[in-house]
Design a protein around this ligand. Structure first.
Ligand code: ATP
Ligand code: MG
Ligand code: MG
Length: 574
């Protein structure tokens, strides 16, 4: 079968299951979570985290929670909650299991978080600091200097408690006080900056998208996250490498609160893996927003965006994104994954399942001079070359056809086997019009600049593909075509990478300097008439040209608009 390959996270989970490390009555041995902050659209990097977390739950009979980490009231909105839920489902995962929705919001824990903060104050493990933000930053020190204790560090617990309650009651302005942890007496000289009396709560007189104006103090991410994990009985809390230095605080917090009777043991454990960095994209929310707000792209779902809504609109399948994430592995060291791998995954996914179609993207008229005017002959082609059971599609052959411009050359180069005109006493070339007839070039029309405007041929009526006569014609070239009178004229969008630089924002570079001016070309193409029936999001392989999808926003019944997802072969890097 399609067994997922092993990686260090799977090894940890398997070992924990074997040793019964997280065994608790009535709970699965593996509970993970995907914890987005609802402050933007999900992108390819988030897909990686979704695949890792939901994938572990799926593979080890566990479950994965979707948890909105909504502790930053100013930046968060319901719109983002909705799109994140849509994207997780679209990607093929679900937080609904065993008749329950494992859907949580950190804001649902605000009361509990507050109660635990009071406990930490009462037990001397947290205090209210009244220094200014500047003093605090200065006294924290840096990697080469030790921190200095705050003058408020040893204020009596009762005083801190009263101040904290007054903070909650709205008696102070933003920034006047802050609640900090006191992990140990000498924590301010810890080599780990995250252990130097980290902030637990700050004052923010701000409206929250779910709790409204109930709160004017909000818990910090580093305080909220471990507690949310513990409340939800998470076993493996998986995050990216930059949180490695936060792990000692995570462990201290959940252990301290378990000691206080707030949670059952075993407590959750944090594990870090390398984030997914993909070439040719930027994923910083600030930069993506800039692309949208400056009109460089048409929106968050522009098919050139690395957002999941953008990748979906471009035509990438959920399966191809899962395959890409699976193949990119789980590593403990940062690195780059080539964008070409997503395109390969898309081809691998669609080649066996996408119906075929014919499109002429750069049309040139072909006139079959010996074919009767006004008549036509039906030609048949398989829906898919490896699925005869899917049957055939048919389309007419008639006097005037569209072929690709590149399928005619006035003066052929060596090895060119498509249409070329007669020269002196040498006849023009013979080419098979795929699924139709063999035809011989008899001449061409050109405009005042010498550019070919129409190619003339005579066809051989007994050469039709699939008939016994076909074998009598040995030709070296085969080309695709559509009947001019019957073709579906459609808008086709040819997409390319948004950036020409594989690392558009590395080392503080101006990422907009690397924008690819050719990332979108909109053309009018001629398609096989049956494609008029394509529904939004139907995907096809157009022979020679690659994989295409009927745009989910702009396609109308009978009038699809197609996006090229990717070409048939990698055209980048040789
Ligand atoms: P920001 O910090 O700008 O808000 P973020 O990318 O950290 O953005 P979150 O909503 O916090 O956004 O991310 C949700 C989860 O997705 C986190 O667990 C985070 O570690 C994970 N994640 C984000 N980007 C990547 C990535 N490139 N590779 C793997 N996991 C990622
Ligand atoms: Mg984040
Ligand atoms: Mg982040």
């Amino acid at each position: 079968a399609n067994a997922p390959s092993s990686n260090f996270l799977r090894a940890i989970v398997e070992n924990d299951i074997a040793t019964g490390k997280h065994k608790r009555p009535g709970l699965p041995s593996v509970i993970t979570r995907f914890p987005p902050e609802p402050n933007g659209y999900l992108h390819l990097g988030h897909a990686k985290s979704i695949c890792v977390n939901f994938g572990l739950a799926r593979d080890y009979a566990g479950r994965c929670h979707l948890r909105f980490d909504d502790t930053n009231p100013e930046k968060e909105e319901q719109e983002y909650v909705d799109t994140i839920m849509d994207s997780v489902k679209w990607l093929g995962f679900s937080w609904e299991q065993d008749g329950e929705a494992w859907l949580h919001y950190a804001s649902d824990y605000f009361d509990k978080l507050y109660e635990m903060a009071e406990y930490l104050i009462k037990t001397g493990k947290a205090y209210v600091d009244s220094q200014s933000a500047e003093e605090m930053a200065k006294n924290r020190g840096n990697f080469s200097t030790l921190g200095t204790n705050s003058p408020f560090r040893n204020r009596p617990a009762e005083e801190s408690l009263q101040l904290f309650r007054d903070m909650k009651a709205g008696k102070y302005k933003d920034g006047e006080h802050i609640l900090r942890a006191k992990i140990s007496e000498d924590a301010m000289s810890s080599p780990n900056m995250n252990m130097r009396d980290p902030a637990l709560y700050r004052i923010r007189h701000a409206h929250h998208h779910r709790t409204g104006d109930k709160w004017c103090i909000y818990p910090m991410y580093d305080y909220t996250h471990p507690i949310s994990d513990a409340i939800e009985n998470i076993t493996h809390s998986i995050c990216t490498l930059e949180f490695q230095d936060h792990r000692p605080f995570y462990d201290w917090l959940v252990d301290t609160l378990a000691e206080g009777g707030f949670f059952q043991r075993p407590v959750p454990r944090q594990y870090e893996f390398a984030r997914l960095n993909t070439t040719y994209v930027v994923t910083s929310k600030r930069k993506l927003r800039q692309l949208v707000e400056e009109g460089i792209v048409s929106g968050w779902d522009d098919p050139r965006m690395p957002t999941l809504v953008g990748l979906r609109r471009r035509g990438f399948t959920p399966e191809s994104i899962q395959l890409f994430c699976e193949r990119s592995g789980v590593s403990k060291a940062d690195g780059w994954i080539d964008m070409g791998n997503l395109e390969i995954a898309l081809r691998d996914d669609l080649d066996p399942k996408a119906p075929r179609g014919i499109a002429v993207l750069r049309p040139l008229k072909l006139i079959v001079d010996n074919f009767p005017e006004g008549e036509s002959v039906e030609c048949a082609a398989p829906v898919h070359p490896h699925h005869p059971e899917w049957g055939t599609r048919s389309f007419p052959f008639s006097k005037e056809l569209w072929i690709e411009e590149e399928d005619f050359m006035e003066v052929p180069t060596k090895g060119y086997f498509r249409f070329t005109p007669p020269v002196d006493d040498k006849p023009g070339s013979r080419v098979r019009l795929k699924y139709g007839f063999v035809a011989e070039c008899t001449g061409y029309d050109k405009d005042e600049n010498g550019k070919a405007t129409a190619v003339h041929v005579n066809y051989f009526p007994d050469s039709k593909s699939g008939t016994p006569g076909a074998d009598n014609y040995k030709v070296k070239g085969t080309i695709t075509w559509v009947s001019a009178a019957n073709a579906l004229q459609a808008e086709v969008r040819l997409y390319d990478r948004l950036f020409t630089d594989p690392h558009p924002d590395a080392g503080g570079k101006d990422f907009k300097a690397a924008l690819n001016p050719k990332a979108l070309e909109t053309i009018t193409a001629y398609l096989e008439p049956g494609l008029a029936k394509a529904n939004a999001e139907d995907r096809f392989q157009f022979e020679r040209h690659g994989y295409f999808v009927a745009d989910r926003v702009d396609s109308q019944p009978g009038k699809p608009v197609f996006n090229r997802i990717t070409t048939l072969k990698d055209s980048w890097g040789g």
